[in-house]
Design a protein around this ligand. Structure first.
Ligand code: GDP
Ligand code: MG
Length: 176
């Protein structure tokens, strides 16, 4: 790819996973450094754009959030269209959300090709005392499926920027 002054990078990244795992809060923590204690369906907002610098290059990360439609198992193909990165999120305090990640991966794979940079995200790692999915379980699933893996807390900010930045860097490496 040509190295030009002022070259623009715009990466579409989708955030998927069961309802209430913290997808919207991961995004609001990343984009605005905000956390919302009340779980409300995001209304009207399709994506947020955050500028990140990689190797001195300005990259616009356009991160898409489901508007709560994952509850109805009806995330549309438009949501996935053009995505070059994905965060597949579960809640470390709810095993069922971890078990669902395989279904989310299947859905991702039917809509996007395998070059999409994919990160398995165990969110709510602040809830150590009611942990229901071990770090090892997360790691080994990620290894099996060829995903990056990280545990995060949107509540206390642990690893939130890192989760997005690792994916963005991988996308950058794929395209440059
Ligand atoms: P979404 O349905 O996946 O978008 O999940 P939300 O972002 O709406 O979060 C669902 C609920 O989990 C809300 O009550 C949030 O306050 C809470 N939550 C989100 N992230 C965290 C986290 O990292 N730690 C804890 N303890 N709670 C979280
Ligand atoms: Mg949400």
């Amino acid at each position: 790819m040509a190295e030009e002054e002022g070259e623009e990078y715009l990466f579409k990244i989708v955030v998927i996973g069961d309802s209430a795992v913290g997808k919207s809060n991961l995004l609001s923590r990343f984009a605005r450094d905000e956390f919302d204690h009340n779980s409300k369906a995001t209304i009207g907002v399709e994506f947020q754009t955050q500028v990140v610098e990689v190797d001195g290059k300005e990259i616009k990360a356009q991160v898409w959030d489901t508007a709560g439609q994952e509850r109805f198992r009806a995330v549309t193909s438009a949501y996935y269209r053009g995505a070059v990165g994905a965060l597949i999120v579960y809640d470390i305090s709810r095993k069922t959300t971890f078990e669902s990640t395989k279904r989310w991966l299947d859905e991702l794979n039917t809509h996007c090709d395998t070059t999409v940079a994919r990160m398995l995200v165990g969110n709510k790692c602040d809830l150590e005392d009611i942990r229901d999915v071990s770090v090892e379980e997360g790691k080994s699933l990620a290894e099996e499926e060829g995903l990056f893996f990280i545990e995060t807390s949107a509540l206390n900010s642990t690893n939130v920027n890192a989760a997005f930045e690792i994916v963005i860097r991988e996308i950058y490496n794929n395209v440059s």
